[in-house]
Structures are given as C-alpha cells and as structure tokens.
Design a protein around this ligand. Sequence first.
Ligand SMILES: [Zn+2]
Length: 325
Amino acid sequence: MTLFGVEEVLPCGNEAELAGTELRQHVAKAVDALSATVGEDPQVLRRRLLKLVNLPRLSDADDHDLREVLRELRVCEQEGGGAYRARLRRVTRVDRPAGIARLPRPRLVKPASTAGTCGLCGDGYNVGELIGRTPSPEELPYIPMGWLCWHCLVQRRHQPRRRDVLLRVFHALFAGDGVGLNGIECGVLLEWLTEDPALANSKPWAADPLENTLVRLRAGDMDGKPTTWLSAQTAHTIVAVLQEAVASPTTTVQDGEMLSALVQHLAEWATNPANVRSSRYGTGWRFRQQVLALTEYPTVLSQRGGPFFLYQCKTTKTGQLVEPA
Ligand SMILES: [Zn+2]
C-alpha cells in the first residue's frame, strides 16, 4: 500500500476533520504505507512513533497527538529516503525557567509539521517552530490542552503577557476555583490595574474596592510569592474594572480581544442565553462547559474549551517552593 492510496480517501490537510476511531484507522494505514515506502518493519516504525509522542502505547495517544502524527507520517512519506528517522525522533532537551516561573516538564516537544494555532492562547505558530503537549491532568474537571506554542508551554509564567493573566482568570472561574497568580503575574495585573488612576473611580471598583487586593498583588510581586489567591468575586470585579481601562500601548490587540472574550463568556455563564438545563448539567463546570460550547459568538476561548489546569506552584508546609520535576 502507498500513502497515495490513503490520500484518495482523505486529501492532505484534512486531519482536523478526523476524530476517534476513524483517525486511528488513518494513522494505522499511514504507518503501513510509510513502512512499505521506506522498507522498515511496521512494528519498528510504531516504536519510533511511541518515542515521538512519549507514551507507552499508541492507544494512549489522544486525537490531538494522532492528528500531528498523521501529518508527520505524510511529510515523512513525501520526503522519502531516511529522512523519517530524524523526523520521528523525540526532542528531549527543554530549558525551563526556575523558581516560581517553572512549569511541569512537557510530555512531548517537537517541531510543528504544519502551521497551526496554540491550544491555549490561540497565537499562530509556523512550520518547524517547537510546539508541545503538557502532561494530561489527572482529575476532573480539567481536560487536556492541545498543542501549545513555546510561550504557553514554557514561558507563560516567566514572562506573562496580560492575556496570560486573563487566561488564568478564565480557566480558574471555569473550573470553579479561586485564581492563583505567581509573583510575576501579580506584577503584570498590578500594573494593568494602576496605570490609569481613573480606574479607581470606576463603578465596579466603587462597588467592590480593590485597594486591599492591590496591597496583596504588590506583596506577591515584591516578595516573589509562589501563589497569591484571589476570590472569584474579586476576579469578577477585576475583569469589570479592566473593561473600563482606556487603550494603553502595553495592552496589545490580542490582550484586548482576550478581555472581550472573557467578559462575553462570564456574562453568558450568568445569563445562560442558550437555556442550558441545570437539571442535566448542574450549575458548576459542566454547565459552564455546555454554555461555552453553545455560544452564538465563538471566541478564542470557546473554540478551545476547557477548563484547563494552568498549574499552581507547590509549597511545603513551611512555605518553601517545590519546583515541578
Ligand atoms: Zn500559546
């Protein structure tokens, strides 16, 4: 069999339309096709794939993994010869920031086989740029994130952008948690809340004063604290206040779009425009998941779903930071 035979069934680039069993079958066919082309035993080729996705069994790979594997197999087939050996090799070296900025080691990192968008922030990445997957969360309500850009995979707690803080707010409120920020993220939020002094006179601030929150954010920032917790109520107030902020050069277009998306979905969770039945979905994260899925105005947040676990620093009983392995 040749991969050409597979492509009669599925034109190149349509992997996104495949899911579940059908996707798995295409991967199996593509492995057989590549194995015939390069003359390597299919079992050996499968072991290469397992190394690439860093999993014990291919059945552990999810649809996100398999779509990238399928694209990779196609590129290998087109390149022919021995090029597949280099392509199907795991990237093992990942330099991560230390301290409160450190994120868990990615389960897998590889150069992107095609251009795509990050499964967390929505930024685009190009062919060849390093992308990766995080270890899957073990507990509900969290669901696995797709392929992440390098920033989201490694840098987002070290050099957080304003929208990285908004993402933490969104996914924490989605899951039903308070919002946990490391000291660097506290600094970013503090700057956003204080760069326009008029914000302290805004309606939402007057209704739920943020002075004490600013003190806590400043302490988190100055002391480099692992986690400063904000209540859901305070997070809602902060979002309402930020909405009142005038345009600033520090707020990028993407930050502004993310803020609008966050405001929209918080409102939908409150008003339930699609009439999601609480008798079926309750009032917690399952309800919010369903409201998000049925939104009339999809955004970068609703298209990715969630809730995602964006990591919280761990500390010992005496407050010492425990970095993720
Ligand atoms: Zn990203």
